[in-house]
Design a protein around this ligand. Structure first.
Ligand code: XMP
Length: 516
């Protein structure tokens, strides 16, 4: 996307929390981008930022080779700057202050006492709790700077220069442990930078549509719809831009949840009038998976079969030279090391799902500068039903990795029915707020039971319910005894072939969320 009229540039000095800084800025409805120091000049001239935020980082500013910016090009923008932790140390160091190793490292929660007036901490109580994570500290401020807050063992926890434009905070306002962190950002953006905060879903949609039109011209786009929120929102945006010149393709691999294909058809074909091709590939996937029990082998075969099926589908649209994708910002942010130069590492950019190089498409990625929660908001604004907007993540290999052992239509049917009950009961009880995923797994064992007077020897269903921020770590969640009882009763009574339900009480790590 080109720059909207109000933007902030976040410089990533190698911080774990640079993405959180961007999230906080965007929550305040100000557009921002994250770039490593080496990209500063390019990003600044394109974005014309109204403010700059310098992130924290693991280095010490006095180390040789520590990440740095060209002082004059930053100050030459003549816009307000907020340096956070390492960013503050770099800023004050660059202006003639002195940064030294602290006598004690400060890590974790710390009290912050406001000692003087400043727009940055306006409205924030005289004492609050902030999150610190630093070893170094500023010993001597540059000329003209003053301090307006102190913390635990740090005299200069928040500082400002004589012009009232250059700020530094040693604490991390971007993390939720800092009690009034959001207010610090809002104050910086609105009181210091004078921004309006008018980056809304409507403006994002308008801009994305313009950009798709500019890129595609009178060309055609083919796009895989997975049923997930990212590809759904991306295809609706592209559809708004070019209408019937978007060809959406949904591959029914037979590994979908109950009702999934029908919901996609109803939503995209009937409600939104997309040109939707549903490829019935159930037989070929099952064929390819026959007698495969090894999880990695399943994943590999499903990936390869998907490419083959998708290739067949796209060959129906020979005029389409563009491929739509639901790539998000976290996949795009370059993990160029803050040190830049030859050691830079660039994360592989797109999740093309292993499309081979002989499919020479130009990518159209209308979400590539958005975070997941922003994509959901745009989905809602586009009228996408909540069942898709708020949908739980679902792995590409689908039910195949929740069905331990060999994949057959009969076993898929058992799992699909059990899973539908899990989802229905949890959602009916409104117990899904705050959950990341909740689903059923079919185990490759049979156990003995008794139904009526007869002995049974049937399948076991496991229940997986987890909370997570991003899928990287997860906690298992205990539903109420009532709800667990209802789920178990219904599965055993309604799903033929199941006589036992068990609960997975493992967190990630060391377990994973999916079982395969
Ligand atoms: P694990 O099982 O690794 O899963 O703890 C973490 C998150 O990723 C999802 N997942 C996948 N998503 N393709 C996907 O798009 C996949 O192959 C895949 N495998 C796991 C999983 O559902 C969980 O949310």
């Amino acid at each position: 996307m080109s720059a909207p009229h109000e933007a902030v540039l976040v410089v990533d000095f190698g911080s774990q929390t640079a993405q959180l800084i961007a999230r906080r800025v965007r929550e305040a409805r100000v557009y921002c981008e994250i770039h490593p120091p080496a990209r500063f000049a390019e990003a600044a001239s394109r974005l014309r930022p109204k403010g700059v935020i310098l992130s924290g980082g693991p280095a010490s500013v006095y180390e040789s080779g520590a990440p740095s910016l060209d002082r004059d090009s930053v100050l030459g923008l003549r816009v307000p700057i907020l340096g956070i932790c390492y960013g503050m140390q770099w800023l004050t160091g660059a202006l003639g202050g002195k940064v030294v190793p602290g006598t004690a490292r400060e890590f974790g929660r710390s009290p912050l006492d406001v000692t003087g007036p400043s727009p940055l901490l306006e409205g924030i109580p005289a004492s609050s709790v902030v999150w610190m994570s630093h070893g170094d500290r500023v010993e001597r401020l540059p000329e003209g700077f003053r301090t307006f807050a102190r913390s635990g063992n740090c005299a200069h926890a928040a500082v400002v220069d004589g012009t009232g434009r250059l700020f530094g905070v040693l604490f991390h306002p971007e993390v939720t442990h800092t009690e009034r962190g959001r207010d610090v950002f809002r104050n910086f953006l609105f009181r210091v930078c004078g921004l309006a905060g008018d980056w809304t879903a409507a403006s994002v949609i308008e801009q994305a549509i313009e950009e798709v039109r500019a890129k595609v011209g009178d060309g055609e786009v083919v796009m895989g719809l997975s049923g997930g929120v990212d590809s759904a929102v991306a295809s609706l945006l592209i559809h708004r831009a070019i209408g019937p010149r978007l060809h959406a393709v949904f591959v029914d691999n037979g590994l979908l949840r109950k009702g999934e294909r029908e919901e996609v058809e109803r939503t995209f074909r009937s409600s939104f009038h997309l040109d939707l091709t549903v490829l019935d590939a159930r037989a070929r996937f099952l064929d390819r998976l026959r007698d495969v029990v090894d999880p990695e082998e399943k994943r590999k075969r499903i990936g390869a079969e998907f490419v083959a099926a998708f290739r067949d589908a796209t060959s129906r649209f020979p005029r389409a030279k563009f491929l739509g994708q639901g790539t998000l910002y976290p996949d795009v942010i370059e993990s160029v090391s803050a040190w830049g130069g030859a050691t830079s590492m660039i994360k592989s950019h797109h999740n093309v799902g292993g499309l081979p190089p002989d499919m020479p498409f130009t990518l159209v990625e209308p979400l590539r500068l958005l975070f997941k929660d922003e994509v959901r908001e745009i989905g809602r604004a586009l009228g996408l039903p909540e069942s898709i907007v708020a949908r739980q993540p679902f792995p590409g290999p689908g039910l195949a990795v929740r069905l331990l052992g060999s994949v057959t239509e009969e076993r898929l049917q058992v799992l699909r029915e059990a899973d539908a009950i899990v989802v229905e009961e949890i959602e009916r009880a409104r117990a899904h707020d705050g959950l990341w995923q909740y689903f059923a797994i079919l185990l490759p064992v049979s156990t003995v039971g008794v139904m009526g007077d007869a002995r049974t020897y049937e399948n076991v269903i496991a229940l997986r319910v987890v909370a997570s921020e991003d899928g990287m770590t997860a906690d298992w969640v205990y539903l109420s005894r009532d709800l667990l009882g209802r789920i178990s009763n219904r599965i055993i009574n309604e799903v033929r072939g199941v006589n036992r339900v068990v609960l997975d009480v493992s967190s990630k790590p060391p377990a994973t969320i999916e079982w395969e």
